[in-house]
Design a protein around this ligand. Structure first.
Ligand SMILES: [Fe+2]
Length: 223
């Protein structure tokens, strides 16, 4: 089982506050049978150069290397806020999750839809050979309001990652609709800490497979 979306790397975004918290978060996921974890700290391309982000991510990763439970595979990626500048970035391969070519892409939660977002997703795929994975599409208001837009992103080659907690909260109906349409390939805990946004995974995995069968893909990336 792969957790494709976590904020376990310490002191780099609004996730883990330190290496010991990160170690406990990893242990919780391992206890639930997760065998692969992607580290996906927030990256805002319009707010920071990618080089700076990647240097910070490397430092953060180094600080928890010795806290990774035995048998757990981990890889680095990022939760990248969508930006018009993305398809032109020479550092896209390093922003992707491990060696998968999957780029976890965050759409605005409450902002309006704009055509360039679809064009950007398509350009990432067609011009850069990157496969965009929409991070928690159920949190994006314009996708919830217009299912045709979810279909358009899927048809543009995007894969979808839903959050574990969304199987059990007010977003679940939309998640069920995505599952029914066959748009969901990945599950993420999107964990930020040990309490308010914890490393919860297994229960949601069971809920998805019960409802939709064996639809989730394994992330085969290695460090
Ligand atoms: Fe996230």
């Amino acid at each position: 089982m792969t957790d494709l979306h976590t904020h376990i790397l310490p002191c780099i975004d609004d996730g883990s506050i330190g290496p010991s918290t990160s170690g406990l978060m990893l242990a919780r996921l391992a206890e639930q049978g997760v065998d692969t974890v992607a580290f996906t700290p927030h990256f805002y391309p319009d707010g920071m150069p990618a080089e700076t982000f990647l240097r910070r991510r490397e430092r953060s990763f180094a600080s928890i290397r010795d806290r990774i439970p035995p048998g757990l595979s981990v890889c680095c990626g990022a939760e990248v806020a969508i930006s018009r500048s993305l398809p032109g970035s020479s550092l896209l391969p390093q922003l992707c999750i491990g060696a998968t070519g999957l780029l976890l892409l965050e759409l605005p939660e409450n902002g309006p839809f704009a055509g360039w977002m679809l064009e950007t997703a398509a350009a990432l795929r067609d011009r850069q050979g990157v496969t965009p994975v929409l991070a928690h599409p159920e949190r994006c208001a314009f996708l919830r309001r217009r299912f045709a837009l979810a279909r358009a992103f899927a048809e543009a080659g995007c894969l979808f990652q839903v959050n574990a907690a969304s199987l059990f909260n007010r977003r679940r109906r939309f998640v069920h609709r995505l599952l029914k349409a066959g748009y969901v390939q990945f599950l993420g805990s999107d964990c930020h800490n040990l309490n308010s946004r914890p490393p919860m995974y297994q229960e949601a995995y069971a809920a998805i497979t019960k409802r939709a069968g064996d639809v989730l893909l394994d992330c085969i990336a290695r460090v």
